[in-house]
Design a protein around this ligand. Structure first.
Ligand code: SF4
Length: 369
């Protein structure tokens, strides 16, 4: 691939780290060197003796570590980048997901990824240079499929935030276009879709945006494209013929939420043609919520609403009564605006689906076809 990297918006690393296996072939060296040239002021550290998750950022304070990680771009090789998820204790289907990147440069205060073990101990922003090997692994898994199946990019990272640096979409989209049964689902908050628009995608790449109303984004999301910018990117991708989805998550029922989310849904559904919308609320880990509280203070609206104790899957959520009230209201609004639109719920429990009379929708969500 001959791609000329461009700066990634909302990302200006002060440190670049090269780890084991990332600088071996001429192609890898050219790739990394071209990205280093985009950030001439960044300090480049060579640590070919350690793997990608072993770089020490030199802090024991979780918040300091978190921000040091978000200012560090690390190149590595990920040998097990393709995985089949292993959710237990909620209604999520298991599915293929893959990681050409690790973590994310954006700064959402509610970010649950910050509390996952991989990120908690290694919160650098990662680009894995073995993209060809990762796609070979996907091709091998795809050769055993008997029906169209999704490979999801966006579970352990933002799927597009670093694309202007790596240009990976320009390899992945043609790869999936040629696949008989494998499909790409990519979740992002990025508004930079320039690499995507001229690709011959064959409808095999489904693009999904994570969104919230402007009022919620202003309060709980920093250093991230605005919802209007994201909707603008969706419109451009709709014009380029991509199938589109939206994930409204985490819905945060602050004062006046009914009006805030109604206006937002009217705007979103009136602006872009969606194939599916998935709703979700906070479902996080205590480690991530500690970082949320460091950023927003202990008395923040999310913490105040959270249920004491963990759910069966180890996550912390709002009380089920609140969740059902919020879903009922928003689902009614969506049905009124677009009666045929598929609606999914993300990371929910069986009792929630039952209370909403949506048991038939279990397993219809963003991560699967
Ligand atoms: S975009 Fe996603 S992964 Fe990135 S900070 Fe926000 S919630 Fe976390």
């Amino acid at each position: 691939m001959n791609y000329q990297p461009k700066p990634a918006s909302h990302f200006d690393p002060d440190t670049i780290v090269l780890t084991k296996g990332s600088f071996q072939t001429t192609q890898q060296r050219n790739f990394i060197q071209a990205i280093c040239n985009v950030y001439p002021k960044a300090q480049v550290i060579e640590r070919f003796d350690i793997s990608h998750n072993r770089f020490e950022l030199g802090s024991s304070d979780p918040l300091e570590l978190h921000y040091k990680g978000k200012n560090t771009l690390l190149f590595g090789v990920h040998k097990s980048a393709l995985r089949f998820s292993d959710e237990d204790g909620n209604t999520c289907p298991n599915y293929w997901h893959f990681s050409p990147y690790g973590f994310c440069p954006y700064d959402c205060q509610y970010c649950y990824l910050a509390g996952t073990p991989g990120v908690k101990y290694s919160p650098t922003v990662k680009i894995f240079v073995n993209i060809d090997e990762i796609l070979d692994q996907i091709a091998s898994a795809a050769s055993k499929l008997s029906e169209p199946t999704a490979f999801y990019l966006g579970k352990l990272q933002d799927g597009l935030a670093l694309d202007s640096l790596s240009g990976y979409s320009r390899t992945m989209i043609p790869f999936f276009a040629q696949q008989k049964l494998a499909r790409l689902i990519l979740l992002t908050k990025s508004a930079n879709v320039n690499n995507l628009l001229d690709m011959n995608h064959q409808g095999h790449t489904i693009l999904s945006w994570s969104l919230n109303p402007g009022e919620i984004s202003d309060w709980f999301e920093s250093n991230v494209p605005t919802p209007d910018e994201r909707i603008g990117a969706m419109q451009r991708c709709a014009d380029a013929g991509y199938p589109l989805r939206a994930v409204i998550m985490p819905i945060i029922p602050v004062e006046g939420w009914q009006n805030i989310y109604t206006c937002f849904l009217e705007k979103l559904l009136g602006s872009v043609p969606l194939d599916r919308i998935t709703l979700g609320q906070i479902c996080s880990y205590s480690g991530a919520l500690q970082i949320t509280e460091r950023k927003l203070g202990k008395d923040n609206p999310i913490s105040k609403m959270l249920e004491k104790g963990k759910s069966k899957d180890g996550r912390v959520r709002f009380p089920i009564k609140t969740r059902i009230e919020v879903y009922k209201y928003l689902i009614a609004k969506i049905r009124k605006l677009q009666p045929q639109l598929q609606i999914g719920l993300c990371m929910e429990e069986a009792d929630t689906f039952k209370a909403l009379d949506m048991e038939n929708s279990i397993g219809c969500c963003n991560c699967v076809l």
